[in-house]
Design a protein. Sequence first.
Length: 244
Amino acid sequence: MNTSSQTFSVIIVEDVKLELKGTEEIFRNEIPAAQVIGTAMTEQEFWLLMEQRVPDMVLLDLGLGGSTTIGVDICRNIGKQYPAVRVLIFTGEILNEKLWVDVLDAGADGIILKTGELLTKTDVEAVMNGKQLVFNYPILQRIVERFKQSVLGESKRQEAIIGYDIDEYDERFLRHLALGYTKEMIANLRGMPFGVKSLEKRQADLINRLFPTDERTGINATRLVVRALELRIIDLDHLEADDE
């Protein structure tokens, strides 16, 4: 749909009267191609409206009646029952990043936070023209910050793996130590071709590689794991055991 010349219908779901009125004013003054065909303050009101007329877009607040999960459920059910309907989230949940992830997984076409630039004609038309992952500046800034952190973290990890000559078995050994495995348990892992004695030698070798000469005395498995985490050789967010 090219919204530059066509009108489209919208249902607004918002449980705060003042914010609902303000959102309607935005559509009326800033997005004249949009026809607001209904507003709902509860989930029940929304589904009744959907039975009467299916819109082109639902502008959906996530928090309804004090719950932050109802909006996610509504979004998911819209996708199942009305897959052609666009869903743009307009939410005051400006700190709840897990909720953003949940609603994107539920099929939302974009998220506009109720801060900064708010709702714009550009964002609404982008969604109606088929663009996915439409965000306004505050959430884009957060996404870019996380992206930069992720890339820098992965870069440091690769540098550490190369710099400390870490091979596949070193990584597996350290990762399973971090998960609380004993050397006996690690030796019994499928695809780990080392006995306990060999793993003890590997641990001593890793200590020599990862610690300066004057810090190597008294290093146990726990301190070795902490060092590997500090160097990002293993990733705390991705500690998973191999198939045994």
